[in-house]
Design a protein around this ligand. Structure first.
Ligand SMILES: [Zn+2]
Length: 213
């Protein structure tokens, strides 16, 4: 549970590095795979969760650790051979295994005939596109699926929201896509889209909305 919130180590700033070990009769352990920092988890009913850094008296609420984590945020280009980048394009995030859902009438993925009467937006059903990985660069979001690939320019992305039980909800020119990540934090994705959004706005004037993180 903790790594979905603290998706980056607040001490060494490594992504996806924290591990939560639930223990019976003893305080749960949280540790960092990258810097080996270790915390003990304490729950205060009706209040919050607290994490104490082992070997110190540094105990803070999970919210305070989250703020410390946010203070480490920055955009750093990363390398992933699977991402086919254009010249000068910077890769900022590459997901682990994920599942994509699109609108059943989306011509990008489905060849189903358009309904005779154009269905109201609320009546359009989601349909599974399959499994794959999502990539975020300074220019676009790319889906590399087992069966299909697609790219959306960030200048066409209207919003990125965390829908807690569903996944990352992306609105691209009035079409909805949802990406469910099997291993990683949804908040990480919303956060990175929010970090890239000002770059897109500075370059194109286009605004991307994100949910609070
Ligand atoms: Zn660490």
């Amino acid at each position: 549970m903790i790594p979905l919130l603290l998706w980056r180590c607040p001490l060494c700033a490594a992504n996806d590095a924290l591990v939560h070990v639930a223990r019976r009769f003893r305080a749960d352990r949280v540790y960092c795979r990258a810097c080996r920092a270790e915390w003990r988890l304490r729950r205060v009913p009706g209040d919050n969760f607290y994490l104490r850094l082992v070997g110190t008296r540094d105990e803070r609420s999970v919210t305070a650790w989250y703020d410390a984590m946010k203070a480490t945020l920055c955009l750093e280009p990363l390398h992933d051979p699977a991402a086919a980048l254009e010249a000068g394009e910077a890769l900022y995030l590459a997901s682990g295994p994920a599942a994509l859902q699109a609108e059943a009438t989306d011509p990008l993925f489905f060849t189903a005939p358009e309904p005779r009467h154009k269905a109201a937006k609320s009546q359009i059903e989601g349909r599974s596109v399959g499994r794959g990985r999502l990539f975020l660069t300074d220019r676009r979001l790319t889906w590399l699926g087992e069966e299909n690939t697609a790219s959306w320019s960030l200048a066409r992305l209207n919003s990125a929201y965390a829908a807690m039980d569903i996944g990352l909800a992306l609105m691209v020119e009035r079409r909805l896509y949802t990406v469910h990540f099997f291993e990683e934090s949804l908040l990480k994705w919303v956060t990175y889209v929010a970090l890239v959004a000002p770059l897109v706005e500075a370059k194109t004037g286009h605004r991307i909305e994100t949910s609070h993180f």
